[in-house]
Design a protein around this ligand. Structure first.
Ligand code: SRM
Ligand code: SF4
Length: 573
């Protein structure tokens, strides 16, 4: 491990608690961009500098500046919004962004296409809606996500309370956000204060993510997270406490086997009153032990692999003063959402809608934003964004259920019939994501059309099979936890992974490489055929792929790239 700090460490250190020269850059009229160091710092304020990659070739030819604009990510712990907040975000999306709202895999809303000169107005409008974007991105704890669980309101209420408490506790304390975006004034006399009691001047070595799961639903994909809390029931309808998980993460780089996705380990059990102490201790151990030289090796998963789980647990116990109990038994059934109506308390119901790849817009024949606006105007419950990029209209009284369902149906937001599409997700990728190697959000629907035809031919249309696509190996749609993972390799080309567990407890493994559209369909068709023919009763597709010898089981991170097992029917093998 090199001792030299990464460039980002120097930027953070010199930034004066995330101020840098952001405020000056906003007034710089000759460019729609900001300087490179500030582009790193604005992430902590919840935004990314991007450019429209569709327009790049033409603008380069015409020697024009790239079509710069910002993506803004709102911080919404647990994904819960009031209808008034939904209406405010909808208006902001139409006034300052590109007219669409993007539900993300971490229960937030992203707005794309906000130009530099509208950033302050956008963040002020978000502030007026009693929301903010602090720490939605950057080397800090990000949006805390939690099970949506429409059918169990009691458990959801506790989980959401905890998500908010953890989020508040781990929020950066710097006044830079308020100064730059809201007040425009630096608070005089504040300089001597200790600004960041938990993070210090250089924050964390890398991003940090926390999830809260309430079994039997694993809709948050708890094992993909740096830190997780799994609710443990006391057997009498109450909560006994929480199993603690550490060291999950999805990101990797093609061709660099030292980088790999990893599922989290369960390290023990704690009481609700101990959760914040554990969370703070895990964060500060990672702050002090994490790799600040190599950002590709800086996530908690590598800290744990390098230092060992026992040493990590002992240090967390020492710092928190909490002795973790033995982990309690738990069981998940799925990572998906429960579509349609489910019962809430006091005669109310929750309606879970399907949002294809999380993107909501008004399109010809499907005016989704307009429909949701109409719903928000008559709704007195909540909007809940799910970690599967979907949306729940929560706590709807019986008297309004028919009207809300009609609006959703007309906008094409009710769940589709196909078991594959119902369990599908794609990351954003092109044209906004600067890291995309291939299409994802814009391509998955077309791939699903082709795969649905093959599944229908094998009589598998209604079977729930989890498929997730990303435009690069960073893993934003958690593709390595999908029964079918499709990961961008280059323009129009993808690697295909099979064999993850339906309940999110096992990752998949590489089945075939560098496939185009035809190649993907051809590689999957024989696996579907074999599944239809040879599966055991109730056997899930991912489990079948392993039993039938299409891929070997991945047991953990380092094992992800291992070339083991017979790979029946592997394309190109
Ligand atoms: Fe992500 C970077 C989009 C969830 C792993 N992610 C990005 C950026 C910001 C690209 C960039 O750095 O320039 C993408 C912006 C695209 C755009 O135009 O909007 C981006 N990530 C997303 C979202 C919007 C995908 C989606 O379709 O929903 C998700 C936003 C979540 C949120 O609201 O906070 C999103 N990203 C994830 C997840 C899933 C999760 O957290 O549960 C992961 C995998 C889990 C993990 O972190 O290990 C994920 N994103 C990454 C990585 C790889 C991190 C790593 O450890 O290697 C990057 C690249 C990086 O950090 O260097 C990245
Ligand atoms: Fe961009 Fe890659 Fe994340 Fe997709 S997985 S949004 S292409 S960084």
């Amino acid at each position: 491990m090199s001792d030299e700090l990464s460039r980002n460490e120097r930027i953070k250190e010199a930034s004066d608690y995330l101020r840098g020269t952001i405020a000056e850059g906003l007034g710089e009229e000759v460019t729609g961009a900001i300087v490179e160091d500030d582009a790193q710092l604005v992430k902590f304020h919840g935004m990314y500098l991007q450019d429209d990659r569709d327009l790049r070739p033409e603008r380069t030819r015409k020697r024009m500046e790239k079509a710069f604009a910002f993506m803004i990510r709102v911080r919404i712990p647990g994904g819960v919004l009031k209808p008034s907040q939904w209406l405010a975000l909808d208006e902001i999306a139409r006034t300052y962004a590109n007219g669409s709202m993007r539900m993300t895999t971490r229960q937030t809303v992203q707005l794309h296409g906000v130009i530099k000169f509208n950033l302050r107005a956008t963040l002020q409008a978000i502030d007026r809606a009693l929301l903010n974007t602090i720490a939605a991105c950057g080397d800090v704890n990000r949006n805390v996500i939690c099970s949506v669980l429409p059918e169990q309101s009691g458990a959801h209420a506790t989980a959401i309370e905890l998500a908010r408490a953890i989020s508040d506790h781990l929020l950066p304390r710097t006044p830079a956000y308020r100064e730059i975006w809201l007040d425009g004034e630096r608070i005089v006399g504040g300089e001597q204060e200790v600004v960041e009691p938990i993070y210090g001047k250089t924050y964390l070595p890398r991003k940090f993510k926390i999830a809260i799961a309430v079994p039997p639903s694993n809709d948050v994909d708890i094992f993909a997270h740096d830190l997780g809390f799994i609710a443990v029931s006391d057997g009498a309808g109450g909560l006994a406490g929480w199993n603690v998980t550490v060291g999950g993460g999805m990101g990797m780089t093609h061709g660099e086997p030292d980088t790999y996705p990893r599922i989290a380990d369960v390290i023990g059990f704690c009481a609700t009153a101990e959760v914040l102490k554990i969370a703070e201790a895990v964060v500060t151990v990672q702050r002090d032990w994490g790799d600040r030289a190599n950002r590709k090796h800086a996530r908690l998963k590598y800290t744990i692999e390098d230092r060992g789980l026992d040493a990590f647990r002992a240090e967390v116990e020492r710092r928190s003063g909490v002795t973790l109990g033995a982990a309690r038994p738990f069981a998940f059934t799925s990572t998906g959402d429960r579509y349609g109506w489910s019962e809430a308390t006091q005669g109310r119901g929750h309606l879970t809608l399907f949002v294809q790849n999380g993107r909501l817009a008004d399109r010809p024949g499907a005016a989704q934003l307009s429909a949701l606006r109409a719903i928000a105007r008559i709704h007195d419950g909540e909007f809940r964004i799910t970690p599967n990029q979907n949306l729940v209209i929560a706590n709807v009284p019986t008297s309004r259920q028919a009207e809300i369902e009609r609006l959703a149906r007309e906008a094409g937001l009710l769940a589709p019939w196909s078991g594959l599409r119902r369990n599908s997700m794609a990351c954003v990728a092109l044209p906004t994501c600067g890291l995309a190697l291939a299409e994802s959000e814009r391509y998955l629907p077309q791939l699903l059309d082709a795969l649905e035809a093959r599944l229908a031919a094998h009589g598998l249309s209604a079977d729930d099979i989890v498929i997730r696509m990303t435009g690069c190996p960073n893993g934003c749609a958690r593709p390595y936890l999908a029964e079918i993972g499709v990961v961008g390799k280059g323009p129009g080309r993808y690697n295909l992974y099979l064999g993850a567990a339906f309940d999110g407890t096992r990752m998949n493994k590489l089945f075939a490489e560098d496939l185009d559209h035809e190649g993907l369909v051809k590689a999957l068709d024989p696996v579907f055929a074999a599944y239809a023919r040879e599966r055991d009763p109730g056997e899930r597709f991912g489990d079948f792929c392993i039993r039938a010898g299409f891929v070997a089981a991945t047991r953990n991170g380092r094992d992800f790239h291992a070339e083991v097992g017979n790979r029946r029917g592997r394309a190109g093998a």
